[in-house]
Design a protein around this ligand. Structure first.
Ligand code: FPP
Length: 250
């Protein structure tokens, strides 16, 4: 930032930010590098984004790291992304734990290699007592798959049709207990939901930036939060609704 530019102040802090980390492949292609180099670069900035979230007072950060559709990518890219998840857990968990970050996973762990699955479970257990920032890693996650899973579990539990309401459905989703996202950020300029938090994001504010994910930094996050502060959230009503008072609140 130029030394003469006055920073626009943050006026409202979202409780929950969710991010579609897009553009790793393009970042790599622009440099003549293989796609995996882009994913690795996309991992490098995770630490700075976690730090920035803690600094800004964000309580929940959800990251879309691997979708149910991503299994269809070339085998070496899928394998590489699995390896990156293992590396991130090995390298970052102790530090995240020290910084008071709690890790959660959303999606299905079943299809992952048992060793990787165990790594994820260990990290979740180790950090379970932390409350500074909850990082929800969406890995093998799909919004439609989440609904299928929720309906299956409801039927298995013998839930009566008359007992089904919005609050009950929320409680059967992978995100049970996590507040709905206030702000969803998508990098790289694409304007699609891509099967991400399709139930939870019903009233989320969207922020799309052309910045590719590996280049997304604290200043970019700040800009998104400042922009969020200018939005008038009405949740389908005619007057702005204060945080935690919207009709969907349970
Ligand atoms: C989308 O970019 C990105 C992904 C499918 C993977 C996101 C993964 C990371 C940022 C690495 C961090 C991983 C973990 C486990 C925390 P794209 O490949 O679709 O980019 P493109 O649209 O430019 O091709």
């Amino acid at each position: 930032m130029s030394p003469h530019k006055v920073e626009e102040p943050i006026t409202k802090i979202p409780t929950h930010i969710a991010v579609i980390m897009d553009g790793n492949g393009r970042w790599a292609a622009r440099r003549g590098l293989p796609r995996l180099a882009g994913h690795r670069a996309g991992t490098e900035n995770l630490r700075r984004v976690f730090r920035a979230c803690v600094e800004f007072g964000i309580q929940y950060l959800t990251l879309y790291a691997f979708s149910t559709e991503n299994w269809g990518r070339p085998e070496d890219e899928v394998k590489g992304l699995m390896g990156i998840l293992a590396d991130v857990i090995d390298r970052e968990t102790a530090e995240l734990n020290k910084e008071g970050v709690r890790l959660r996973h959303i999606g299905r762990l079943e299809r992952l290699d048992p060793l990787l699955r165990q790594k994820v479970l260990n990290a979740i257990q180790l950090t379970a007592h932390n409350d500074r920032l909850t990082v929800c890693l969406a890995f093998n996650y799909g919004g439609r798959d989440e609904m299928v899973c929720a309906v299956q579990r409801m039927i298995e539990s013998g839930v009566a049709a008359s007992a089904v309401n919005e609050s009950l459905i929320s409680n059967y989703l992978f995100t049970a207990g996590i507040p709905d996202p206030d702000l969803i950020i998508r990098t790289s300029g694409e304007m699609r939901m891509s099967n991400f938090l399709i139930w939870q994001g019903a009233y989320a504010e969207w922020y799309v930036t052309n910045t590719l994910w590996p280049d997304f930094d604290k200043e970019e996050l700040r800009k998104a939060i400042v922009d969020y502060g200018r939005r008038e959230r009405r949740f389908g009503l005619v007057v702005p609704v204060k945080k935690d008072q919207h009709p969907g609140d349970q």
